[in-house]
Design a protein around this ligand. Structure first.
Ligand code: NAD
Ligand code: WQD
Length: 337
């Protein structure tokens, strides 16, 4: 079966649904530190299948050993991590401990298993920082991390690369996500930020739902189309599907190298104001927003060069920004009712 760590989280739950729809047996592991067990019901509603679930903190080495003894694991998609950039600055040790400790535990277990277990890792476009050229390709230089969170992704990638070099049967793919948004079309699962959302799309939908009086647009004096930051917003279902393509690339013996990296984005940049317009278009509502100061640490613009994902991985996105924003809004309305 396929082990999905962090499989009750936002991207993990959508990937579990895609795996189940493709006929895979799935073992979900999550410690519920940023999710709830109800997500299992949502996964079952969306896919018609209830996956096996084990509540486990991946920092628990013995717990992982027990897990590998109890199940036959044929592949791992590793989502489990803490992901709040601001919080990582306040609690760097907790971030290094969880994000790298969990990764190291899994890699040790794989090494001990004497089995070839494909490994797919959730990385981030944050490793590119303020890129020198746009769109951003996989060979763009990695910039010094601006947060402990970002650093856990850079170090995580390096650890995995070294692990593949030391073990001829170990193959891994790191997927660098751009900005995942939206929800499954069934709206049985979606993004559930705890507390005040830091990310743009949940903040827009929660503002429209009346939880906040207005959106503040962080800066409108950037050198972009309308002065606001540009990002590559990717529908979470497109993103989920890419994980299965990556997993099958290793399972089917098609990976060129023991360790490969792919950007996952649409290739299209959208400004903050374009996302606001998309929301207004799909919801038929006017969004209350104000133009405010820049947010510290924001890069001006980031969007993916999708050539390698398309030509080597054989994957591209098929869902539009409007579709993604509409699904986020449908999900928000469901959650609030
Ligand atoms: P999420 O917080 O919704 O999901 C992560 C899940 O992992 C949660 O359910 C949490 O309870 C679980 N978890 C955390 N630590 C754990 C541990 N020690 N043991 C077991 N479970 C644990 O986050 P997400 O948005 O779905 O992100 C998934 C992955 O993708 C993360 O690695 C994140 O860093 C990465 N990523 C996310 C984004 C994004 O914008 N959402 C962008 C790039 C990369
Ligand atoms: C998008 C744009 C904001 C909120 C973050 C992490 C990154 C990655 C994805 C994991 C920016 C603007 C936002 C608001 C706004 N995560 N904005 N008002 O910053 O691209 O990336 O999430 O790896 O590591 O840093 O995404 O959704 O926070 O912001 O104007 O209330 O929306 O300034 O331009 P970001 P975001």
């Amino acid at each position: 079966m396929i082990l999905v760590t962090g499989g009750l989280g936002y991207i993990g739950s959508h990937t579990v649904v895609s795996l189940l729809e493709k006929g895979y047996d799935v073992l979900v592991v999550d410690d519920l530190s940023n999710s709830t067990v109800d997500v299992l019901d949502g996964i079952e509603t969306a896919s018609g299948i209830r996956p096996v679930f084990e509540k486990l903190d991946l920092q628990d080495r013995q717990g992982i050993e027990h897990l590998f003894k109890s199940y036959t694991i044929d592949g791992i998609i590793h989502f489990a991590a803490y992901k709040a950039v601001g919080e990582s600055v306040e609690k760097p040790i907790a971030y290094y401990q969880n994000n790298l400790g969990s990764l190291l535990n899994l890699l040790s277990e794989i090494a001990q298993s004497n089995k070839s277990i494909p490994f797919i890792f959730s990385s981030s476009c944050t490793v590119y920082g303020e890129a020198d050229a746009l769109p951003i390709s996989e060979d763009a230089p990695i910039k010094p991390a601006t947060s402990p969170y970002g650093n856990t992704k850079q170090i995580g990638e390096e650890i995995i690369l070294d692990a593949t070099r030391a073990n001829a049967s170990f193959k891994a793919i790191a997927l660098r996500y751009f900005n995942p948004i939206g929800a499954h079309p069934s709206i049985a699962i979606g993004e559930l930020p705890i507390g005040r959302p830091q990310n743009l799309v949940p903040f827009i939908t929660q503002t429209a739902a009346g939880l906040y009086p207005k959106l503040t647009v962080f800066g409108n004096d950037y050198p972009t189309v309308d002065g606001t930051n540009v990002r590559d917003y990717i529908h979470v279902v497109d993103l989920a599907e890419a994980h299965i393509v990556a997993l099958e690339r290793i399972l089917d013996g098609k990976a060129n190298d023991a360790y490969e990296v792919f950007n996952l984005g649409t290739g299209k940049g959208s400004s903050v104001l374009e996302v606001v317009k998309s929301f207004e278009r799909v919801s038929g509502l006017k969004l209350n927003y104000e133009l405010g100061p820049r947010r510290a640490g924001d890069v001006v613009a980031a969007y993916a060069d999708t050539t390698k994902a398309r030509e080597v991985l054989g994957w591209k996105t098929s869902r539009s920004l409007d579709e993604a924003v509409a699904s986020a809004w449908n999900w928000e309305q469901k959650v609030r009712n």
